[in-house]
Each structure stands twice: as structure tokens, then as C-alpha cells.
Design a protein around this ligand. Structure first.
Ligand SMILES: *[C@@H]1O[C@H](CO)[C@@H](O)[C@H](O)[C@H]1NC(C)=O
Ligand SMILES: *[C@@H]1O[C@H](CO)[C@@H](O)[C@H](O)[C@H]1NC(C)=O
Ligand SMILES: *[C@@H]1O[C@H](CO)[C@@H](O)[C@H](O)[C@H]1NC(C)=O
Ligand SMILES: *[C@@H]1O[C@H](CO)[C@@H](O)[C@H](O)[C@H]1NC(C)=O
Length: 431
């Protein structure tokens, strides 16, 4: 007898444990089965219109699709980066059409809303679907139901299917340029500093900017440095310009910055060795090395298990200037001349300096703004004597007199090539 014997208590315990595990296991098996792709149609051709817009609302008006990416780091899945209402979107399905065997498959999606929603009702989400075993679908549709007519659904290309050779060592992701952005001089200086330090590509999620800025962006796109991702998020959702929800009826924080950053990581996973996640007014400035490449190979040697490198942000107030590098031809260009701002605010006892990151995109699953949420590698705090983030903006400690700030002229090391390069761009664009 399986459930009898001389030690009744022991036997009962064993029985309960056995039965519970059997029930749990079969439940888990059923659960897993429900996520497996199922054939819903055979002998069909792949139809439906392919969508190229960056933000596509689904019929529920609660789900917005950004892009789909192939991801086989754990199992063979399609990972769709999207924006969803955290409570109202409960079920989604991926529809795969396989050209070769003329079959249509539907997989139930796992919806993983990122934890860093900061109170807003909408947040970045990974919509993850198991792919059919025998086929490598090139496109996917997403729908609230496993039934319906696929011809009516927008189809998204599944990117990252093919292995590529790296076209960049360093890619900077600038999330959400908005609010009639017109800080032209500082933008050009940042771009030229990135190029001096080793960037090949700058990806900009552009909501809105000034006419003059459009001209500058056009120049950099033609040069091959900038890639623009249109980001018309305010056509779909009420956006806040704050990161924290203020109970003001807005839907999503900081123009959807977090979704843009996550999309940028996957977009560059196969083409860039490293990805930098920082704003246009921030420059990761090495102190011991002359560029990012030598700095990163040294950091990687010291931390072979790391894939995320965090750099401390330091504020150089645009309200405190020096007379050095007051270049008269630049005074007609709107924006800040960073070479004139070399005083940084001291650390505060009770405030932690936020950090920005250089990551190996292949090691990251989900990112937030100042750290990653999920990754396959360690995060490392890079000390101040190796690099800092030069961040020129309005002061955070505006009450401090000039004498209380720290004079830090690290940026000036690059003055001569920076001035030459900035002049070249200015004369071809706005001057
Ligand atoms: C979705 O939004 C559109 C335009 O804002 C509106 O016309 C439509 O009725 C909405 N649909 C639902 C289901 O809320
Ligand atoms: C950009 O947004 C501002 C409001 O923030 C608006 O006044 C302006 O017209 C917009 N510009 C463009 C080109 O859409
Ligand atoms: C820069 O020079 C102009 C005159 O060419 C002067 O008006 C301005 O005050 C100077 N700015 C600084 C910060 O030195
Ligand atoms: C500007 O750069 C040049 C050449 O690298 C250097 O010799 C000079 O000291 C720098 N100027 C300042 C003020 O740091």
C-alpha cells in the first residue's frame, strides 16, 4: 500500500506532499501548455498590412506596440516592446504566420509590465510569445483574442532575427527630445564630444523640436551619425513631463522615456558593442583614459562578469560661467556653450547622485533610467577618478555662491578639437 504503514503521521505527510506536488506539476504543465503556439489555420497565405510607425495602438486603445524583436537568449521567443495600461490589459496573443508551411499559429503572451511605473497607469511592457518550433516567423501581429481575422491586424517585422556584424562600438540612446527643443549649441557640442570619445551612432527618439534644430538633425542624419525614431506619444496618451505621477490625469511619465530606452537597447543589440543611455545634456567624461574604447576595455578587464557600468552624474550649472572660450561667432546660436561652464556642484550629504549607464545590450533584459531592472550580468559602479557625467543644466543647488563650487576643467582637455569640429558643423547648418 502506498499510503499506509506503521508510522501513520509520517505516511500521511508523505501522501499529502506527493499529492500536492502532483497537482502542482500538472497545473504547471497545463499552464505551460497554454503558452505553446497552436495552429489555428492551415494552407493560408500571410496577409495583413505591415506597419512601419513607431507607436501603433491596438483596437483596445490600452495597448501600444513599439517594435518586435527575436530573442533566443533563454528560449525561442518574440519579445514585443510596448506600452500597456497596467491593470486593464490582461490578455494578449501573438499571431505568427509561417510562409513556408503555410500555417498560422497563435501563442498566448506573457505580459510583463515593468516595475518602474512610478504611479502612472501606463508603463513599458514586454509582451513575450513562444515562437512556433518549426518556423522562423518574419512578422507578428498582436491581438486581445486568439480568434478573429488576421487580415484586419497590423503586422510588425520581427527584428534581430539575423546575426549581424557590429557596425558600432558605441551607440548613444537619447530618449525623447520634446518641448520645442532648441538648445542647438549644447546639442552640437555634445554630439561632437560623443564623436571625439568614440561614438558611431546616436539614436534620438524625437517628439518635437525647433526648426533650427531640425536643420541640425538633418545634417547629422545625412552624415550618418544620427538615427531618428519618430516618437509621437502625445498623439496617443496624455504625457507628463515629470517622472513621478502627480495625480493629474496624465497617463505616462516623462514622454515615455523608459519605453524608448528599452526599445533602443533591443534595436541596437545586434549592431553595437556598447550602448550608452544618457540625455543630450550629459557627457560621460573619462578622466584616466582619452576615450570610451580604452576606458571600457580597462573596465571590462577589471570586471569580467559585468555588463552594466554606472557613472555618477555631476551638475555643472549653466548659471556659473567663465570668460574663457567666449567665442563670438557662437553667441548668435541658441543654447549653452558648455566650454564656459566648468564649475560643478559639490556632493550633498543626504542626496545620492543619480547614475547613467554604459551597457552591453546583449546582457540586459529590462532597463530603467538609472539602473537596469533585469540583466544576465553584474552592474559595476565606476568610481569618480575613472569617469564622471558632465551634466550642464540649471542648478540643483542654486543658492550656493561660485566659491562653494568645484572648478573642474576636464572638458577643456578636448577644447581644440571640439572647437574645430563644432565650427565645421555650425558653418554647414545654422551660421
Ligand atoms: C479609441 O480611441 C479612438 C480615438 O481616440 C476612439 O475613436 C475610439 O472610440 C476609442 N475606442 C475605445 C474602445 O475606447
Ligand atoms: C512642439 O511643441 C510645442 C509645444 O510644446 C508647440 O508649440 C510646437 O508647435 C510644436 N512644434 C512642432 C514642430 O510640432
Ligand atoms: C562674452 O562676450 C560678449 C561680448 O563678445 C559679452 O557680452 C559677454 O558678457 C561675454 N560672456 C561671458 C560669459 O564672458
Ligand atoms: C586647449 O587644448 C590645447 C590643446 O590640446 C591645450 O594645449 C590647452 O592647454 C587647452 N586649453 C585650456 C585652457 O585648457
Amino acid at each position: 500500500m502506498l499510503c499506509g504503514g506503521k508510522k501513520p503521521y509520517f505516511a500521511v505527510a508523505v501522501c499529502i506532499v506527493t499529492l500536492t506536488s502532483m497537482v502542482t506539476l500538472s497545473y504547471l504543465r497545463l499552464q505551460r501548455l497554454s503558452y505553446l503556439p497552436k495552429i489555428i489555420q492551415e494552407g493560408s497565405r500571410c496577409r495583413g498590412r505591415i506597419t512601419y510607425s513607431t507607436i501603433t495602438p491596438l483596437k483596445d486603445n490600452r495597448t501600444f506596440i513599439i517594435s518586435a524583436y527575436f530573442d533566443n537568449r533563454e528560449s525561442k521567443v518574440t519579445r514585443v516592446i510596448g506600452i500597456v495600461h497596467h491593470a486593464e490589459v490582461k490578455e494578449l496573443y501573438c499571431w505568427f504566420c509561417c510562409q513556408d508551411d503555410r500555417k498560422m499559429y497563435v501563442s498566448k503572451a506573457t505580459i510583463d509590465v515593468h516595475s518602474d511605473r512610478f504611479g502612472f497607469p501606463y508603463g513599458a511592457a514586454d509582451i513575450i510569445c513562444l515562437e512556433p518550433e518549426g518556423c522562423d516567423p518574419t512578422h507578428v501581429s498582436v491581438h486581445q483574442s486568439p480568434h478573429g481575422n488576421i487580415d484586419q491586424l497590423p503586422r510588425f517585422e520581427i527584428k534581430n532575427r539575423k546575426t549581424e556584424t557590429f557596425s558600432a562600438d558605441f551607440t548613444v540612446c537619447i530618449s525623447t527630445m520634446f518641448g520645442n527643443y532648441n538648445n542647438v549649441l549644447q546639442f552640437i557640442q555634445s554630439m561632437e564630444m560623443y564623436k571625439i570619445l568614440g561614438v558611431q551612432k546616436v539614436v534620438i527618439y524625437k517628439n518635437n523640436c525647433s526648426h533650427l534644430m531640425e536643420k541640425v538633425l538633418k545634417f547629422y542624419v545625412e552624415e550618418g551619425t544620427v538615427e531618428i525614431i519618430p516618437w509621437p506619444i502625445n498623439s496617443h496618451l496624455k504625457v507628463s513631463s515629470k517622472w513621478l505621477f502627480m495625480q493629474d490625469g496624465t497617463h505616462i511619465g516623462y514622454y515615455g522615456q523608459i519605453t524608448a530606452l528599452n526599445d533602443c537597447i533591443y534595436r541596437n543589440m545586434r549592431r553595437s558593442r556598447f550602448v550608452l543611455l544618457n540625455d543630450a545634456d550629459e557627457i560621460i567624461l573619462p578622466l584616466k583614459h582619452s576615450d570610451w574604447k580604452t576606458m571600457m576595455s580597462s573596465l571590462q578587464q577589471q570586471h569580467p562578469r559585468a555588463g552594466v557600468f554606472l557613472f555618477e552624474n555631476h551638475i555643472f550649472p549653466e548659471t556659473v560661467s567663465t570668460h574663457m572660450f567666449n567665442i563670438s561667432s557662437w553667441n548668435t546660436v541658441p543654447g549653452v556653450n558648455i566650454l564656459q561652464h566648468v564649475h560643478r556642484e559639490p556632493d550633498r550629504q543626504d542626496v545620492i547622485n543619480p547614475r547613467k549607464m554604459i551597457i552591453d545590450p546583449r546582457k540586459v533584459i529590462q532597463t530603467s533610467v538609472h539602473s537596469v531592472l533585469r540583466a544576465y550580468a553584474d552592474s559595476v559602479y565606476v568610481p569618480m577618478d575613472v569617469a564622471l557625467i558632465y551634466h550642464c543644466r540649471v542648478p540643483l543647488q542654486g543658492h550656493l555662491p561660485r566659491e562653494a563650487l568645484i572648478r573642474d576643467t576636464t572638458l577643456w582637455r578636448y577644447n581644440s578639437s571640439l572647437i574645430t569640429n563644432v565650427n565645421k558643423v555650425l558653418y554647414q547648418t545654422v551660421l
